[in-house]
Design a protein around this ligand. Structure first.
Ligand SMILES: [Zn+2]
Length: 343
């Protein structure tokens, strides 16, 4: 499997993480990607750096105001003389307010869905490097590779066109899928992260040429809470092009594979030209988020089922927070995928 990786991700080192009433060490650490890269190198997967794809692919998905905010927020925060090393919101527009103010504190709340995505001094270039990783893996596939794995960090699937959240800033997978639509007519996304891919769903919700499918822990009592329900099917021209499979907390390999088979049926019927997989490993039985109980071998079985679709596939790294076991879980996934392709 061709692996695309940029060490530039390490410039983003989030510190502040507020959960259930108290502060914790931030789980989205550079060590995650470093552990995966080390394991994949050891397993013999060739690793290459991305090229610089410039601002246009990011601007094809995210709004100008949001991109400008992400790029400038930390410098503005410093100039304002605020005491913290990271930009963190302390207010959000509620359900009955939606104005975009010009002041910094209001803008931070407007463009961030929650407190989990603090912006550090170098978060912006790190996020851009992550998007370039997904873009480069996509170009490899568009140029004829059977599949490629984008070792993206920070993750992206909770980022909407105009908001950060859930450790995500730029939606790497959406940027890559939109880029592919310059060369092909129909694509699909399959999100196997334990959390619903709310940003990806939101970005493509009214688009008929992008089928978005997500399997995840039931949001009724799990992040992102406010989206990921089965009744969300898309809107306008995209009606019917979004499918959610919320599954109970504690779901293990066999029940997950049953649901996956139903999801794969939708992908077979849609016959996209390229498949983009949001590859989260946080459904792992040893993950601190404790959503599902997928085993290391289970990731291999999941990958094999996805690989058997036979579609050109871009695998985009999302979540997964058991740093010690991340490398072996990604390796199990890639081996399962390659087994399906006879590679
Ligand atoms: Zn996740």
């Amino acid at each position: 499997m061709q692996v695309v990786y940029s060490p530039g991700h390490a410039r983003h080192r989030p510190q502040l993480y507020f959960k259930e009433g108290s502060f914790h060490e931030h789980p989205e650490s550079p060590a995650r990607a470093e552990a995966i890269a080390a394991a994949l190198g050891k397993a013999g997967h060739p690793i290459q750096p991305p090229e610089d794809y410039g601002p246009a692919p990011r601007a094809a998905v995210h709004t100008p105001a949001y991109l400008q905010f992400l790029e400038s927020a930390h410098a503005r925060w410093r100039q304002a003389g605020f005491g913290s090393a990271e930009v963190v919101p302390n207010i959000h527009p509620g359900r009955h307010m939606a104005g975009l103010p010009s002041g910094l504190v209001g803008q931070v709340g407007y463009f961030a869905a929650d407190l989990s995505s603090p912006i550090g001094a170098e978060s912006w270039p790190a996020a851009c490097a992550g998007a370039d990783v997904a873009l480069h893996a996509t170009r490899l596939v568009l140029d004829g590779a059977d599949a490629a794995y984008a070792l993206c960090r920070p993750p992206g699937h909770h980022a909407f066109a105009d908001s950060a959240g859930g450790f995500c800033f730029l939606n790497n997978l959406a940027i890559a899928a939109q880029f592919a639509l310059g060369r092909v007519r129909r694509v699909a996304t399959l999100d196997v992260d334990v959390h619903h891919g709310n940003g990806t769903q939101g970005i493509f919700y009214a688009r008929s040429e992008v089928l978005t499918v997500s399997l995840h822990c039931d949001p009724d009592d799990f992040y992102p809470f406010f989206a990921g329900y089965a009744h969300e099917r898309g809107e306008g021209p995209g009606r019917g092009a979004n499918a959610n499979f919320p599954l109970p907390r504690g779901t293990g390999d066999n029940a997950y594979l049953d649901a996956l088979e139903r999801a794969l049926g939708l992908l077979r019927a849609a016959a996209p030209e390229v498949l983009f997989v949001s590859l989260g490993l946080d459904g792992y039985e040893g993950d601190p988020f404790k959503g599902f109980r997928i085993t290391t071998a289970g990731f291999g079985r999941i990958a094999r089922a996805i690989g058997e679709l036979g579609l050109p596939t871009v695998l985009v790294q999302e979540g997964g927070y058991n740093v010690e076991d991340l490398g072996k879980n990604v390796d199990s996934f890639l081996k399962g995928f390659e087994a399906a392709r006879g590679a």
